[in-house]
Ligand binder design. Structure first.
Ligand code: 1HE
Length: 260
């Protein structure tokens, strides 16, 4: 189903939900060049039936970030291109064809956190811890963390994580906005698939608008944002899927919004 080499990923289809797992546990799923390229290819080549993706990591940790053993071999120009390659791959996740639910556990550090925040929904098992050790390593984020992470937790918190090496645990990560859910250890995938199945059942155009229009509107000025919102809203509500779903509700055939 997914073309090309992906020996550092494990990819399985479960009906409309595709499960993509980082499969380099001996190196704590550290992101080397082939793994980043395989991630990009996997998200570019999702099967036509895919409606949502669950992204997780094998072994004890979600992802240890940049493969530090590759770092010393690059010139400045090569390092720029390397960072741009991460950007291209993670853009395919954030602005791909379907929403992505990341299931986190253990270390979610450095580039691993940059990968996690390219997803749309994050479920963290209790074992999760978040860090940005770039300051200690003498480097800087390069996988899109600068624009994405402050939008979730603010510049001050990200600067603190990078300057002091502060690490947040799963509950703290939930409180500050790094994840939307925390679940007990071992239950992350079940929760991730439950959420992905709900997402997959939405009208495709609604999911498209949420993935592609919402973050761009949030980046616009107020007036432009309101206008583009109106356009996106009119396009979505004009779709036959919206008309049939609203009709089903009016006929008492669709689920009500229930109190949690
Ligand atoms: C690695 C990496 C890696 C593990 N690159 N090889 N990232 C970091 O600074 C995080 C560095 N890693 C760690 O802090 C720890 O490894 C963990 C907390 C993630 C996991 O600890 P642990 O005790 O389970 O594993 P370990 O014994 O430290 O590591 C197991 C093996 O994975 C070991 O290799 P081995 O051949 O000796 O068995 C480690 O060397 C290897 N390993 N992490 C390479 N990151 C686009 S810019 C992004 C910038 C960043 O991401 S900076 C943050 C980098």
């Amino acid at each position: 189903m997914v073309r090309g080499s992906h020996d550092l990923l494990q990819i399985d289809s479960h009906d409309a939900v595709v499960h993509i797992r980082l499969a380099r546990p001996a190196k704590r799923n550290a992101l080397n060049d082939p793994l980043v390229a395989q991630l990009q290819a996997a998200f570019e080549q999702l099967p036509a039936a895919a409606r949502a993706v669950v992204l997780s990591g094998e072994g004890e940790h979600f992802c240890a970030g940049l493969d530090l053993s590759e770092l010393s071999e690059r010139s400045v120009a090569e390092a720029v291109l390397h960072s741009r390659a991460w950007h291209a791959a993670f853009e395919r996740i954030q602005f791909g064809r379907v929403p992505v639910v990341a299931v986190l556990h253990g270390a979610v550090v450095g580039g691993g956190l940059e990968l996690a925040v390219a997803a749309h929904v994050r479920v963290a098992e209790k074992s999760t811890f978040y860090g940005l050790p770039e300051g200690q390593r003498g480097i800087f984020v390069g996988g899109g963390g600068s624009p994405r992470i402050p939008r979730l937790i603010g510049i001050a918190r990200m600067a603190d994580m990078m300057l002091t090496g502060r690490v947040y645990d799963a509950d703290e990560g939930l409180a500050i906005g790094l994840s939307q859910y925390v679940v007990p250890d071992g239950q992350g995938l079940a929760k991730g698939f439950e959420l992905a199945s709900k997402i997959a059942a939405n009208a495709p155009l609604s999911n498209f608008a949420i993935v592609h229009a919402l973050p761009r509107i949030a980046d616009m000025g107020h007036s432009e944002g309101l206008f583009v919102e109106s356009l996106m809203s009119a396009i979505a509500s004009g779709d036959p899927a919206a008309k049939s779903r609203i009709q089903a509700f009016l006929e008492g055939k669709a689920a009500k919004v229930a109190k949690p």
